[in-house]
Write a protein that binds this ligand. Structure first.
Ligand code: PBG
Length: 341
């Protein structure tokens, strides 16, 4: 390094520089930075998506999601208690169903003694204040790995609605506080709302996956549930990542059909969409920081390429700053602990 000649450097400058605005004044110390901070994360911002299975292992690691597990109901309850202790208000449940229980019409999804239903009951009995959210879509139960009925290689919209409605009613019967249709069939929010009301579940809320893109960031999740589509892709129902105006169309339809909250998914690559949705509707907006987003940060952290805790915090902050009122995140418990500390 060269010896710096500071005296000479200073002598060349014209002091004082006349700057009426100096934004750095509002950053000059931690106290001021806290005062002017526009976005504050709290444990109440998070929904914890969790995988439950009926396999032998209490905690079966998910290869592409280091730090996440397929949990037995017993282990799930332990983790859920930790979530509540850390201040996380809600859990979103995803069941891993064994292949032999899958069929083309997702019969297992309405089994009152099925894995999902019994898990919901267990959670509500043990932790009545924990908001339990269940996913409404055929894919975990479908031998085709699609969110709707497959006929001649096509995903059939209207017949699928009936299955989704029965699934939602079955989840409500088990005690779910909110059902979350993630299937992207047209008209499903209204259809599910009508079915719930008809069966006496007018208090069961709907968290609509309104803007769900056909995203490659779901890869690790499909590994976790073994729910990859057996043929084709999901592009005839999930949205084209190129479209943002269409997102508003989807959101407005779901609002009209009776959604209580709307969601944008994935989150980080779609912050512009979160912002536009937030500007358009009065309902709470959720964003799903999906499996691939989680895994990218985790993997880079494990290699020492990024400071995991710092990028995790920054990512969640960015999602909230863009307009998300709640964030579905696999980091929910860890985030809540850090924020609560
Ligand atoms: C299925 C569903 C998916 C996710 C949530 N619900 C996957 C898919 O649509 O293929 C993805 C979540 C994630 O990647 O974390 N209906």
């Amino acid at each position: 390094m060269m010896e710096a000649d500071y005296d000479e450097f200073e002598a060349d400058l014209d002091f004082p520089v006349d700057l009426p605005e100096r934004p750095r004044r509002n950053r000059k110390g931690p106290g001021i930075r806290r005062m002017v901070r526009e976005t504050i994360l709290t444990p109440a911002d998070f929904i914890w998506p969790a995988f439950v299975h009926d396999g032998k292992d209490d905690r079966m690691p998910i290869g592409a999601m280091p730090g996440c597990f397929r949990l037995s109901p017993k282990a799930l309850l332990e983790e859920a208690r930790e979530a509540v202790r850390a201040g996380v208000p809600a859990i979103a449940l995803f069941p891993a169903i064994s292949d032999k229980k899958k069929d083309s019409i997702a019969t297992e999804s309405t089994n009152p003694d099925g894995l999902l239903q019994t898990t919901v009951k267990m959670l509500k009995d043990a932790l009545p204040d924990l908001v339990v959210i269940t996913d409404v879509a055929m894919d975990p139960y479908s031998s085709d790995g699609h969110d709707g009925i497959v006929r001649d290689g096509k995903i059939i919209n209207d017949e699928t609605l009936e299955i989704l409605a029965m699934m939602a009613v079955s989840q409500a019967e088990a005690g779910a506080d909110m059902v979350a249709p993630s299937d992207m069939m047209d008209g499903r929010v209204g259809y599910i709302r009508a079915a719930l009301d008809e069966e006496g579940f007018s208090e069961t809320s709907i968290l609509a996956y309104s803007v769900k893109y056909a995203s490659a960031f779901y890869g690790p999740f499909r590994d976790a549930l073994d729910s990859h589509p057996r043929a084709g892709d999901k592009k005839t129902y999930q949205m084209d990542p190129a479209n943002a105006r269409e997102a508003l169309r989807e959101v407005l339809l779901d609002v009209e059909e009776g959604a209580d909250m709307v969601m944008v998914k994935p989150a980080l690559p779609y912050l512009d969409v979160i912002l536009r949705v937030k500007q358009e509707v009065d309902l709470p907006v959720a964003a799903y920081h999906v499996s691939g987003e989680y895994s990218m940060l985790k993997a880079a952290g494990e290699r020492g390429w990024l400071d995991h805790q710092a990028v995790m915090m920054e990512s969640h902050l960015a999602i909230k700053r863009a307009g998300a009122d709640v964030i579905l995140t696999y980091n929910a418990i860890e985030m809540a602990r850090l924020l609560g500390a």
